[in-house]
Structure formats: structure tokens, C-alpha cells
Design a protein around this ligand. Structure first.
Ligand code: ATP
Ligand code: MG
Ligand code: MG
Ligand code: MG
Length: 493
């Protein structure tokens, strides 16, 4: 019988907290309440940013946790790959351990290797490690120290591989704490035939654990400055670890997802069962839809539990014709994850109210759009193959009335912001009117707007304490900066 995911998570925490002197720090909310540089918390280290930068003294020297992460937008955006592979999610749990100036490279590598090979009993023969090969532009040398550490641990020479800045230099966002990293990858060729799973160009190698040596601060001008102290920041994908330990070919086949896949089947009528297939261009494949829906439901539930109001499209794209399905599925997510992240249980009413609200808006928009489409001529309609957005028609009328010479960045942004049209829809509209439109203009405008609105919506620290306390996050105090949560909670799951 498979080892249960609950046990896997607990074993990680026990290893660091009970057996290796780390303290437990609760997962921060997925919303980075006081940090305008990222839209979502994308790694376990986010809540410790102020410590890394030297702006805050650490409460504990060594900590560990499982952190709720979201990778939609920004530097780490996995949205486009969701459902297509079996190991990227928009929402996932990152198991992590940190040293704030206590231990550094040697101990970090030894701990990770010991846990994987001796505790979880993964065969060393299937593990590969990577290290930073250096970068001239940044003026950082090859990390030979780390290479030597792995050699001493006993990893064979041909399994210690150097990579450059994209793979082995970890950064939270465009600015902020960063540093060279060393990663542990696993060869899955021997467990199962994994179709088309490609990672770093090597078939069947999946990245499992990233160990970052936080040493620098990336400046807005692109240069890096050394930080006052050297820290360790690690992150291992919990869903990936579960999949490996349960011998599955994809995370969706583990107990972290199977309950949701079953729930989708149970709550949909006349839909064939999930087969677990992956293919090259299978965007319309039913299995892919199963995976996307399961993935997005977890993400939406996590976001809403933490007080975030999603853009309409998030819920809608996974909820086109399904009355109340997302709401129903979110109950399963809360059942499954509520014991680890009690804020999900606490805020379940809020989660459901927002899902209902968004669904209602979508339905009424669609009704209005349906009426309006009837007024277009056949020729006009024939140019539009899909009605992507219910407010497309309204935008169409607006553009017709304006009669602009091109769709410039301002107009593109208005179409996006006011009518909810995405890049594809705007491109279609521009074709319809034979107007020039450059998607890069929109992207740039969006980036700026995101930063601006994020700044305006930023909580003051006092508001943030109030919010966190109201939502049952552990006690906070004056040393609290960014989203670092000081707490005396013990994990009980
Ligand atoms: P990948 O190269 O597979 O996209 P990454 O290098 O972007 O992973 P890191 O930023 O190093 O990932 O994050 C640390 C760990 O978190 C990874 O080693 C992986 O196990 C896990 N992880 C990263 N992104 C995802 C995701 N989208 N879904 C699930 N797990 C993830
Ligand atoms: Mg990635
Ligand atoms: Mg990677
Ligand atoms: Mg990585």
C-alpha cells in the first residue's frame, strides 16, 4: 500500500524539527501582504525576505515548514504548462528548511541527502545533483565548493552537473535576495514510462529539491550586491516527492489529487473517467482538462482562504458550463488540506461566497452578450470563431464608436481592464477592425499597472497585523516585517 502523503509531509517536518533542531514556522498566506515586488508568494523563502536582506533579526536560527506557494505570473510563472505535464501546479506545497547564518553549504547538502536516501530511502543511484557553473556578467565564480561537498557525500562524478544562471541561480523576483543553488533531480526512467516528460533537456529527470545559498541582493539596475550574512534556503516540491515515494508517473495519480479527480468525475454528468494520459498537443484532451480543473480548484481555494479576490477569468476559465462545480470541489480541497492549513477551514464560507458571486457575474455577462451577438451582421460574425469573453461584444461596440487609428497600449489596456479581454481577444478585435496591435504594448502596460495597483492595495503593517490576527494567524509583534509570521504554533498534522 502507498505511503500516505500526510505521513510524507510529517516525516519531513519531524526530520528537521524533532531530529535536527529546527523550529516550526507556519506557512505564510499566499498573498504577500507587504511586498509589492511579487503578486503571490512563490516560495517558502518569501516570508523571510527581510531577514535575508538584513532588515530584521531572525526569531530562530534554523526553521522548517511546508509553505503554500502559487506560481502564476511574475518570474516563476507555470500557468501555461498546467495540465500538460504531471509535476507543475499553480498551487503547490513547498517543503523547506532554512538557516539564518547558522549552517551553510556542507550541512545543507548533508541534511538533504540524508533525508532522501536514509529516511525516505530513495536509491542514490537514481539521484543527480547540479551546481552553479558561474557567470561572468554577474562576476560570480563556479561553485566548486559545492561540487566538492557532493563528491565527499559520495555522489559519483558523472552525476554532479554544472548549469548556468537560468537553472542554478535562484531569484525570488526581479529584485531581492538571490544566490547560487544546487539541486537534486531524480531519474524516473526506472519507475515507470513517463511520456514526454522533459526537464532540463534530459528525459525523465525531474527536479525535486532546490538548495539555495542566499548571498546576494539583486538591485533594480540588474547588478547584485553581497548580503551582510550567508543563509540557506531550500525548497522541495511536496507533490513531486509524494509522487516519487508512491511510485506514480504523475502527481495527479497520488493521494494529493486522486480525491479531486474522483470528485470531478462524480460531480459531472456524462464525462468519461480520468485515464491519466499525456500527449504532445493535447490541450483539448479530457485528461488535461481534469488536471487543470483539479489544479485550479486547489489554487482558488488557497487564494480565497487567504483573503485574495481573484481576477474573474481564473474561476471562469475552469467553470464555463458547470453550475457550482468549483464550489463543490473546493469542499474536497478543504477536507484534504484543512488540517494542515486551518485558515482554509476557518474561511470556507468566504471561499464559497466569492465563488458563487463570480459565477453569477459570469452568467449574467454571458446572457447580455448572447443578446448583443444577435445584432451583428453575418459577415462580422464569421470573422470571430469563438466568443472568448462575454464582454467582447461590448468592447467591439466601443472600438467601433471610437474609430481609432490603431490599438495602442492605452486602448489595449482599457480593453483588458474594463472588458476583461485577454491578448488573444484583443488580437481578434484588431483583426476585425484591421487595426495594428502589438501584444508587447499590452504586456508592458500590464506590468506597470500591476506594480501600481499592488502598491496602492498594499496593507500598512498595522492593517496587516489586524488581518492576520482576525484570520487566526499566530501572534505578530513589532519585529514583524513583510509577511514574516512569528509564532509559537506547533504542527499537529
Ligand atoms: P522546475 O524547473 O521544475 O520548474 P523550479 O526550478 O522552477 O522547478 P524552484 O524555484 O527551484 O523550482 O522551487 C523549488 C522546488 O519546488 C522545485 O525543486 C520543485 O520540486 C518544486 N516546484 C517548483 N515549481 C513547482 C510547481 N509549479 N508545481 C509543483 N512543484 C513545483
Ligand atoms: Mg519552474
Ligand atoms: Mg528548475
Ligand atoms: Mg529550481
Amino acid at each position: 500500500k502507498d505511503i500516505c502523503s500526510k505521513v510524507i509531509r510529517k516525516r519531513f517536518l519531524d526530520y528537521f524539527i524533532k531530529e535536527n533542531g529546527h523550529d516550526f514556522v507556519k506557512s505564510s498566506p499566499v498573498v504577500p501582504y507587504c511586498d509589492p515586488t511579487v503578486a503571490f508568494v512563490n516560495a517558502g523563502m518569501n516570508q523571510f525576505k527581510a531577514i535575508f536582506l538584513g532588515n530584521q533579526a531572525p526569531q530562530y536560527e534554523k526553521v522548517a515548514n511546508s509553505q503554500k506557494c502559487i506560481r502564476v505570473g511574475g518570474k516563476h510563472n507555470d500557468l501555461d504548462i498546467i495540465g500538460k505535464d504531471g509535476y507543475h501546479h499553480t498551487f503547490f506545497e513547498m517543503l523547506g528548511n532554512w538557516s539564518f547564518g547558522a549552517y551553510f553549504k556542507t550541512e545543507a547538502c548533508e541534511l538533504a541527502w540524508d533525508l532522501l536516501t536514509n529516511v525516505y530511502k530513495l536509491p542514490a543511484s537514481r539521484l543527480y545533483v547540479t551546481y552553479f557553473k558561474g557567470d561572468d556578467k554577474l562576476g560570480i565564480e563556479e561553485d566548486l565548493e559545492t561540487k566538492e561537498i557532493w563528491r565527499k557525500i559520495g555522489v559519483s562524478e558523472e552525476k554532479i552537473l554544472p548549469f548556468g544562471i537560468t537553472e542554478n541561480f535562484w531569484e525570488m523576483g526581479l529584485t531581492g535576495p538571490c544566490g547560487p543553488c544546487t539541486e537534486i533531480h531524480i531519474d524516473l526512467i526506472k519507475t515507470a514510462s513517463r511520456p514526454q516528460f522533459v526537464n532540463k533537456g534530459l528525459h525523465d529527470l525531474t527536479e525535486l529539491w532546490n538548495i539555495v545559498f542566499i548571498q546576494y541582493n539583486r538591485q533594480p539596475d540588474g547588478t547584485v550586491r553581497p548580503l551582510p550574512k550567508q543563509h540557506v534556503d531550500t525548497g522541495m516540491g511536496f507533490e513531486r516527492l509524494t509522487s516519487i515515494l508512491q511510485g506514480k508517473i504523475s502527481n495527479y495519480d497520488t493521494d494529493n489529487f486522486a480525491y479531486l479527480i474522483n470528485a470531478i468525475y462524480k460531480n459531472s454528468s456524462k464525462v468519461p473517467k480520468y485515464q491519466g494520459n499525456f500527449g504532445e498537443n493535447d490541450w483539448n484532451n479530457l485528461d488535461t482538462s481534469y488536471r487543470i480543473l483539479a489544479d485550479h480548484t486547489r489554487m482558488i481555494t488557497a487564494c480565497l482562504a487567504d483573503g485574495m479576490i481573484p481576477e474573474q477569468k481564473t474561476i471562469l476559465s475552469s467553470n464555463q458550463n458547470s453550475n457550482g462545480l468549483v464550489k463543490e470541489l473546493s469542499k474536497y480541497v478543504v477536507d484534504h488540506l484543512g488540517h494542515v492549513y486551518p485558515e482554509m477551514e476557518r474561511n470556507i464560507t468566504q471561499i464559497h461566497q466569492i465563488i458563487d458571486y463570480e459565477e453569477d457575474i459570469y452568467k449574467s455577462l454571458k446572457l447580455v452578450a448572447k443578446k448583443d451577438w444577435g445584432k451583428l451582421t453575418k459577415a462580422e460574425l464569421s470573422e470571430i470563431d469563438v466568443i472568448d469573453s462575454p464582454s467582447f461584444i461590448t468592447a467591439y461596440k466601443e472600438v467601433a464608436a471610437m474609430n481609432p487609428s490603431k490599438i495602442d497600449s492605452k486602448l489595449a489596456f482599457k480593453l483588458y481592464d474594463t472588458y476583461g479581454l485577454d491578448e488573444d481577444c484583443i488580437a481578434k478585435l484588431s483583426k476585425l477592425f484591421k487595426l495594428k496591435f502589438d501584444p508587447a504594448d499590452l504586456k508592458q502596460e500590464l506590468e506597470q499597472a500591476k506594480y501600481k495597483s499592488k502598491k496602492q492595495n498594499m496593507y500598512s503593517e498595522n492593517e496587516m497585523y489586524a488581518y492576520l490576527i482576525k484570520n487566526g494567524y499566530p501572534r505578530t509583534d513589532d519585529s514583524f516585517k513583510y509577511s514574516y509570521v512569528k509564532n509559537e504554533d506547533k504542527y499537529v498534522f
